[in-house]
Design a binder for this molecule. Sequence first.
Ligand SMILES: *[C@@H]1O[C@H](CO)[C@@H](O)[C@H](O)[C@H]1NC(C)=O
Length: 312
Amino acid sequence: MASSHHFLQLSISLFFLSSLLIPSTALGTARMTARMLYLVQQPATVLNYHNGPLLKGNLTVNIIWYGKFTTPQRAILIDFIQSVNLHMPAPSVSSWWSMTEKYKVGSTTLILGKQTFDDKYSMGKSLQINSLARMARRADHVNAINVIFTAQDVSVYDFCMNLCGTHDSVRASKQSKTKFPYIWVGNPELQCPGECAWPFAQPPYGPQTKPLVSPNGDVGIDGMIINLATVLADAVTNPYDNGFYQGPASAPLEAVSACTGIYGKGAYPGYPGELLLDKTTGASYNAAGIHGRKYLLPAMWNPKTSACTTLV
Ligand SMILES: *[C@@H]1O[C@H](CO)[C@@H](O)[C@H](O)[C@H]1NC(C)=O
């Protein structure tokens, strides 16, 4: 199956990169460091366009909440999605998202669609690769991207080992000719905050800096925002493995995954870069959103300058 292939090879390749460059380093951190070293070696990172379709125009975001999330946790994630097209002065979630318009012509408008609540863990608490695709098929998929959020007590194949989240595409049924895109992001709070909620948690290995205070007071969910932002931008610019990416299609560097670990100017391995500081809470952030929210968003590769571009 194409989707599991993609998933697996991505992991293997990242593992290879990390073990090559930083022996015995946990992958979440290693991914970041490996990327940084890679960027240093090749300053002109170029994501090539492979002639396939991108996701432009109106795109409905259907959400599947798998496992228990509190109302405040859901609000942080929903507000992020609703901030994407709310035009606010930079640095904001919308000014960050507008960088995706530089990939071919046209903008992508995210419209919040249906939400499904599976708080009874209908597929169990240990999900395999195919469970995610099966779950994504349950929701509508016309002009849509289905987003699966798994709760902190759900383990997903390769979560924390090699992945913090992923995007892929899948056929709606065995008979259907077209594929629809979907995303999965897990809450890393209990399982691997150092890997998947950095810089809000201490990395288990590698260069150490003091964890930053997270802008919404929830390390796991603020980490999920970083990973959701990453796979969302990667999905709209490379939805079917033939959009913008560098490297092999099975293990691509994409719009944001090509810039892992970079959040502000002057970033280097272990240091996220210069960020804005919320004087009341002491939190670090770089983007404003709806309802006075603050978020930390990763750098995105800019096709016009061939460089990872930060908001601040
Ligand atoms: C997106 O939806 C809005 C509001 O329904 C509509 O005005 C607009 O024409 C749509 N855009 C596209 C590209 O379909």
